[in-house]
Design a protein. Structure first.
Ligand SMILES: *Cc1c(COP(=O)(O)O)cnc(C)c1O
Length: 462
């Protein structure tokens, strides 16, 4: 299995090299040269497997250069940190299936991929005798999931910038109470955009980047997408065992097109997904694209589902590559046009193909809170606001006898303000959050200044 860039200049990379490269050196995103397909018999057999075994079955089809025993060990270790024996259990509530992806250490779905990526980085660095300094900016969920992915690991230090006082108290505590010596929290006196700008400038200084072996953990890393493919198969297995269904809908709350792209890969592998339902909040560039081919960048607005307050979806280029029949030249042209004009448009032939795979809905804040309220009233189950966006879209768009699985991307206790607004109740805290306010903390407050941040990295790099 080899990997190539959407922009056509990078080819023939092994899986391990694709993971270490992250963003392709030609500015594109890495994808397998071909996506392996599975027979209905293979897929039916998967429904009997426990999550780590299933993960091995899927991942091994994309990984050609890690011995099976090592890959198995990496997978097993990655999912031991989950608090639920099923890793990603499926709950049937009021006609929909809720795929709970929030039983990892930071209570959001990003743990599913980042627990694996952290172990994989450690394995590859040890093998190569190299070190890495991860530098990233976060508005909340990614930072804590990345920190938990690499805390205590050998040959890796991690530096995460968050806007001082501007992330939710739980998100801040989840980051700053990790006091392992390889973890550095930098609270910058500025905004999330300042953080992103500083990180970009540090990576743009090639001498600095080389010298400190800077690494990234953002959602463009292929290993993250791959780890997320697994739970689509897992959920189909559970639901088809219960119902005998031959087809299924998935409703996916999205902002960066990462999670839903993993579903698209599962569909291309042969999983019988009737449609992928793409659910956005008011930052609706992706749902506008699916509904009427309008991919035009707008201002980011703040919503109750902040992890989806994104306009430029970093993984969208991967989907465009398939929509454009794997034509790299067309991708290069489209990306240049997007950069220049802030928009892309699509003809009816393209849109017919989009409609074969996707449905979409944009859900506003009032509808999000109403969905949390209605769902709680009818089932007693509390949805987090991101999940509620997906449940609303799933209910509205799935039809007939085909079951719908809604991806639950965060635990409600992580977004308790929105939940309280909706139902006037405090969601029960899982044990990992109990007493978190009283734990030891480590965090440095620093000016939103690239020079100061680079100095700090330099002094603390591994
Ligand atoms: C990151 C995140 C999302 C969006 O993920 P995508 O990869 O953009 O689909 C949704 N919900 C939560 C809770 C998140 O943390």
């Amino acid at each position: 299995m080899y990997y190539q860039s959407t922009r056509g200049k990078i080819r023939g990379l092994s899986f391990k090299d694709a993971v270490m490269m992250g963003l392709a050196d030609d500015g594109g995103l890495l994808l397998p040269e071909s996506i392996p397909t599975l027979s209905p018999g293979d897929i039916a057999a998967f429904s009997k497997l426990a999550y780590p075994e299933l993960a091995f079955q899927i991942l091994s089809r994309f990984v050609g250069d890690i011995p099976s025993a090592d890959l198995k060990a990496l997978i097993d270790r990655s999912y031991q940190s989950f608090s639920h024996p099923e890793i990603t259990p499926v709950e049937h509530k009021d006609g929909v299936y809720i795929l709970e992806l929030f039983h990892g250490p930071t209570l959001a779905f990003k743990d599913v991929a980042l627990q694996f990526l952290g172990n994989l980085f450690e394995y590859l660095l040890r093998e190569r005798g190299e070190k890495m300094n991860i530098l990233g900016a976060t508005s909340g969920d990614t930072g804590s999931a990345a920190i938990y992915g690499v805390r205590g690991k050998e040959n890796i230090n991690i530096f995460i910038l968050h806007p001082h006082g501007k992330v939710s108290p739980i998100q801040e505590l989840q980051m700053t109470t990790v006091v392992d010596p390889n973890v550095f929290n930098l609270a910058i006196k500025g905004t999330f955009d300042d953080g992103q700008r500083i990180v970009k400038e540090a990576f743009g200084d090639l001498e600095f980047k080389e010298k400190h072996a800077l690494g990234a953990v953002n959602s463009i890393n292929w290993a993250r997408v791959l780890a997320q493919v697994v739970y689509y198969f897992y959920a189909f297995g559970r639901v088809s065992l219960q119902t005998g269904c031959r087809e299924i809908y998935f409703s996916v709350p999205t902002g960066n097109f990462g999670d839903i792209f993993a579903g698209y890969v599962a569909k291309r592998m042969g999983l019988p997904i009737k449609k992928l339902i793409l659910a956005t909040n008011e930052n609706n560039i992706l749902s506008r694209f699916v509904r009427n081919g309008d991919y035009s960048i707008d201002k980011v607005v703040q919503t109750h589902s902040p992890s989806m307050d994104i306009q430029l979806a970093s993984n969208f280029e991967r989907y465009l590559y398939y929509l454009f029949n794997q034509d790299s030249e067309r991708i290069v042209e489209a990306m240049a046009l997007l950069q220049k004009t802030g928009k892309l448009s699509f003809g009816s032939e393209d849109m017919d193909r989009v409609a074969e795979d996707f449905l979409a809905l944009s859900v506003d804040d009032a509808q999000t809170l109403q969905t949390i309220r209605d769902f709680h009233a009818s089932t007693g189950y509390i949805l987090d606001p991101h999940t509620a966006v997906g449940v609303k879209a799933g209910r509205e768009l799935a039809g007939g006898e085909v079951p719908v699985v809604c991806l639950a991307t965060a635990h409600p206790a992580k977004f308790s303000d929105a939940v309280r607004k909706a139902i006037g109740l405090e969601p029960q805290r899982p044990s990992s959050l109990e007493g978190i306010e009283n734990k030891e903390k480590r965090c440095v407050v620093i000016d939103a200044d690239t020079r100061r941040v680079k100095e700090f990295v330099q002094n603390n790099a591994i």
